[in-house]
Design a binder for this molecule. Structure first.
Ligand code: ADP
Ligand code: MG
Length: 327
């Protein structure tokens, strides 16, 4: 378990991490989502004691990182692929890590096998491809057989096979009862990986919710309509008890409606339609909306807000404030 309590990091004027409080629980994959610059890496560095909080604290199974004896046996992390290497072989890199953390030598061969690097174990790591470097970093994270694992944007720059491998690995680690905390700036990646979702923007907590809940709230279907007889259609829909809202480009949107009903109704009343299309609000839109709010909130920082026109009316409507925490 990782517990963050009012965690804050300032770099001069810049507040990189702003009063974050949340818990990362065992047995599931927790996704840490936020646009570039949101403060994900800074938060993860503070979890590992690599960066000092300005305020607040992090507990790893109840202890601060610097209170852990042989920390690699509690928490393993992949932060930055560049952090590994030098002229050492993959085997020697891991052996050194093992020896300085009281981990048996036999474990090195085990993790090399687990990440598929056994065949190149004696080769110098600096000659590794990016994907092999990531695998070596993950081998290091797994070395101490820790109950907690943390990965910072692990699929960035990987090919589809590497991405699939990492997703499968994270899920299997969680299924073993471990705590898995993984960051990404892509909603689509989190949607297929994470069971729980923590969203941040501008260093602030924007959501702390189960993935299932997030999907349920944000993947509603709606019907998009365009008509040259807008007022007429609105009257007809209103009489039928159907609520339509304005959308971009002068279109209308009906939540949860069926195109058949609306098409039949329009035909009965001789209303001309130029468009009648079933749509699905995307999770990406939901994520954009959520983080755009945080940007607007901090408009004085000079950040550029995501324009509202980029969002559908139904995505706009979807935002209840009830599930927003922290802001
Ligand atoms: P993310 O990982 O979500 O992309 P980061 O944690 O890397 O975000 O960065 C959060 C913010 O803090 C950014 O605005 C970044 O420029 C700033 N930042 C990060 N590290 C430093 C540093 N060492 N000195 C000054 N500013 C920093
Ligand atoms: Mg980062």
């Amino acid at each position: 378990m990782i517990e963050l309590e009012a965690l804050t990091k300032r770099y001069g004027e810049k507040v990189a991490v702003n009063n974050l409080t949340f818990t990362v629980r065992p047995g599931i994959v927790t996704g840490f989502l936020g646009p570039n610059g949101a403060g994900k890496s800074t938060t993860m560095r503070m979890v590992l004691g690599l960066d000092r909080p300005t305020m607040g604290e992090v507990r790893i199974d109840g202890k601060r990182y610097d209170q852990l004896k042989d920390p690699l046996t509690y928490i393993g992390a992949l932060l930055d692929a560049k952090a590994v290497h030098g002229g050492r072989s993959a085997y020697h890199h891991l052996l050194c890590l093992a020896q300085s953390n009281g981990i048996p030598k036999s474990r090195v061969a085990e993790v090399l096998d687990a990440v598929g690097l056994t065949a190149v174990a004696r080769k110098k790591a600096k000659g590794f491809s990016y994907g092999m470097g990531q695998r070596l970093g993950i081998a290091g994270a797994l070395l101490g057989d820790p109950r907690i694992l943390m990965f910072d944007e692990p699929v960035n720059g990987l090919d589809p096979e590497g991405i699939h491998w990492i997703r499968t690995l994270m899920k299997s680690l969680a299924a073993q009862g471990r705590t898995v905390f993984v960051s990404s700036h892509l909603m689509s990646e989190m949607a297929v990986t994470a069971d729980h979702l923590v969203v941040i923007g501008q260093g602030r907590l924007l959501a702390d919710t189960s993935m299932a809940d997030f999907i349920e709230r944000n993947s509603r279907s709606y019907v998009r309509i365009r008509t040259p007889q807008r007022e007429r259609l609105l009257d007809v829909l209103c009489e039928a008890g159907i609520t339509a809202v304005d959308a971009d480009g002068g279109a209308l949107e009906v939540d949860g409606g069926k195109p058949e009903w609306i098409g039949d109704l329009a035909a009965q009343h001789q209303v001309v339609l130029h468009e009648l299309s079933p749509r699905q609000a995307s999770l990406e839109e939901a994520f954009m909306r959520l983080t755009a709010e945080s940007v607007e909130y901090h408009a004085h920082t000079g950040a550029v807000p995501v324009p509202d026109e980029a969002l559908t009316a139904s995505a706009r409507q979807a935002w209840g404030s009830d599930w927003k925490k922290g802001a």
